[in-house]
Design a protein around this ligand. Sequence first.
Ligand code: HEC
Length: 129
Amino acid sequence: MKKIFPLLLLLFYAGCDDTTTNIDDEIIPDSNVSYSKHIQPVFDAKCVNCHGAGTTEAGLDLTTWAGTTADPSIVSRGEPDNSKLVWTTEYPSRAGFPQMPPTDSPYLPFTTNQLKGLKTWIAEGAINN
Ligand code: HEC
């Protein structure tokens, strides 16, 4: 224990260092996706500057679960393939729908894991969990 203690201390401090946390490094699980834990943080990083309290492009407010799920054409619960939220964030976006975030904006597109996580959350009922 005497020898391992400094190592444990080091690991503890390394674990506390969240200054390098990047949203694209946060892996969303394959099931039991949580709106508050996994989905909202991605919107916060990539969407809310245009779909937030001040600016709500296309009338869409992505700062809350209620705003995100208000329009069933944006989020069709249980049906990711019928949800504009998926059509716009997959790359390339579905024909006739704008690419989100817009390619000329400073925001990075969803990672493969984030898109899969979004689809799973909607497939699991788009619940406020
Ligand atoms: C730089 C500003 C900007 C950012 C960032 C942005 N959007 Fe948008 N969004 C817009 C604008 C502008 C429109 C309306 C454009 C249009 O209809 O052609 C729009 C429209 C939409 C629509 C409605 C499409 C439709 O046809 O009804 C959805 C859904 C959407 N955005 C989702 C998102 C998501 C999800 C993100 C984050 C990944 C995001 N947006 C990030 C500016 C932005």
